[in-house]
Design a protein around this ligand. Structure first.
Ligand SMILES: *[C@@H]1O[C@H](CO)[C@@H](O)[C@H](O)[C@H]1NC(C)=O
Ligand SMILES: *[C@@H]1O[C@H](CO)[C@@H](O)[C@H](O)[C@H]1NC(C)=O
Ligand SMILES: *[C@@H]1O[C@H](CO)[C@@H](O)[C@H](O)[C@H]1NC(C)=O
Ligand SMILES: *[C@@H]1O[C@H](CO)[C@@H](O)[C@H](O)[C@H]1NC(C)=O
Ligand SMILES: *[C@@H]1O[C@H](CO)[C@@H](O)[C@H](O)[C@H]1NC(C)=O
Length: 399
């Protein structure tokens, strides 16, 4: 016994230097590991050129919550350094951002600008946030009013866009324009149109009761269904983005936001039990393509899973979704345990890595099963790792 524990202590000292040993918190460990690797800091993966990236915005959102819980200034400073890499001192957003692309993706870094303005009162952050907000004033829309995902995706609404555009829209309105009832109604409408146009109905084959990745209002995309224009499959991460947006925007909804809160609560309460029920009964986690469980080449994907865990645990904690029998929380705990046992890889330098997140999923080509399963799976994909920090923050608050 003594010898065994001495050997394991030695192993700990050799392979996990005390200064970098795994902290008690997976949220802290995951965030610190990403920081050590220089991820999400407003620069490309080579650390050379500025890049305006939604996954950096997602990671900064997680760091902000971690900062608020721990009070550790390191996290705040990392957010600020990352934003300062993409915002010039005069407030111009640079790097890869192009206003006239009308892409919703870069807008997801905007909540960090607003947060930094609130904390530091430096004008450049407000100027940068104003640029993003004004993009939405000219954002192309479908005849029903849904923002196009990008100018080049004619008439297309994607679930991803709700997380990218509407979290910025709601954060901005909450901070600077709280009495703008038109803006709150518009945000409400973005969520509702996406839900109405992509929810699988009961006659769909392999009905999950969840939402397809996107839709084309003009029904002209190669993937658009002839009846409703939706894409062919339910992709786990698209639904993950949408689910996170629901809880994150609910937190920002003031009493005068009209139908926003009831609409989002309704949608969340429709989706939450369906997400719970779509988990694989053995592992507790979800297939990449939710509409084709168990099909050859389909697999358990890690980013969507941790997005659901974050969204649903937060929804229950804040009372947005009742869970009288505890089955939603129990399902998220089961999934979380699978995640830490299968997707967290301890490294010899004391950091951790995150496995099994798919690199991309886009509706720029066929949007079919073969497309989704042929995309590469990355180690330390920040879209998944940032959501693991978020899921861990929620899981650790259960204890
Ligand atoms: C804050 O976090 C950093 C990075 O994890 C860590 O090195 C530092 O010790 C922490 N500081 C405090 C006061 O806990
Ligand atoms: C803001 O600063 C950048 C970098 O110095 C400069 O290239 C740009 O022209 C400035 N923009 C405005 C509107 O002054
Ligand atoms: C209120 O929001 C609407 C919709 O986004 C926008 O068109 C309008 O300019 C906003 N009003 C003000 C005063 O900012
Ligand atoms: C339900 O979905 C099926 C298959 O996509 C479609 O044929 C049908 O029109 C849809 N029904 C409604 C009411 O949207
Ligand atoms: C339904 O699911 C099965 C099992 O994953 C799959 O083989 C089949 O292709 C699916 N059908 C449709 C129409 O998606």
């Amino acid at each position: 016994m003594v010898l065994v524990s001495f050997v394991s202590l030695l192993a700990t000292v050799l392979f996990l230097p005390i200064s970098q040993a795994r902290p008690q918190s997976y949220a802290v460990w995951a965030a610190d590991s990403a920081i050590v690797r220089g991820q999400g800091n407003g620069l490309d993966s080579a650390g050379l050129n500025p890049v305006v990236s939604y996954e950096h915005g997602e990671f900064q959102w997680a760091l902000r919550l971690l900062y608020e819980l721990t009070g550790n200034q390191t996290y705040f400073n990392y957010i600020q350094a990352g934003v300062d890499n993409i915002v010039f001192p005069n407030g111009t957003v640079h790097g890869s951002y192009t206003f006239t692309d009308f892409s919703q993706d870069p807008l997801r870094t905007g909540p960090s600008f607003i947060y930094l303005f609130q904390q530091t009162h430096q004008t450049k952050y407000k100027t940068a946030a104003d640029t993003f907000r004004s993009q939405l004033n000219g954002q192309p829309r479908t005849a029903e009013g849904q923002f196009w995902h990008k100018l080049r995706y004619f008439n297309q609404g994607w679930l991803d866009g709700i997380y990218m555009g509407e979290v910025l829209y709601a954060t901005y309105t909450n901070a600077f324009d709280a009495n703008n009832v038109t803006a709150w109604a518009d945000i409400t409408s973005q969520f509702k149109l996406m839900f109405d146009n992509t929810l699988q109905n009961s006659t769909a084959p392999n009905n999950t009761g969840l939402m397809y990745h996107g839709y084309d209002f003009s029904h002209t995309a190669v993937w658009a269904s002839p009846d409703r224009g939706h894409s062919p499959e339910v992709w786990d991460r698209a639904l993950g983005w949408y689910a996170m947006a629901l809880v994150d925007v609910l937190v920002l909804a003031p009493p005068n936001s009209g139908e926003l809160k009831p609409t989002l609560l309704h949608i969340l309460n429709v989706l939450a039990p369906k997400i719970r029920d779509a988990a694989d009964p053995t592992t507790g986690v979800w297939w990449l393509v939710l509409t084709q469980p168990g099909r050859n080449l389909n697999y358990f994907e890690s980013s969507g899973a941790v997005m659901y865990i974050y969204a649903l645990l937060k929804a229950v904690r804040l009372g947005y979704v009742p869970d009288p029998d505890g089955s939603i929380v129990a399902a998220m705990k089961k999934a979380y345990n699978y995640a830490v046992n299968n997707w967290v890889v301890p490294n010899s330098d004391g950091t951790m890595s995150w496995k099994n997140a798919v690199s991309v999923g886009s509706l720029s080509t066929t949007g079919d099963f073969n497309y989704y399963v042929s995309q590469t799976v990355d180690l330390n994909d920040l879209k998944g790792l940032a959501a693991f920090v978020l899921a861990s923050l929620e899981f650790e608050q259960l204890e």
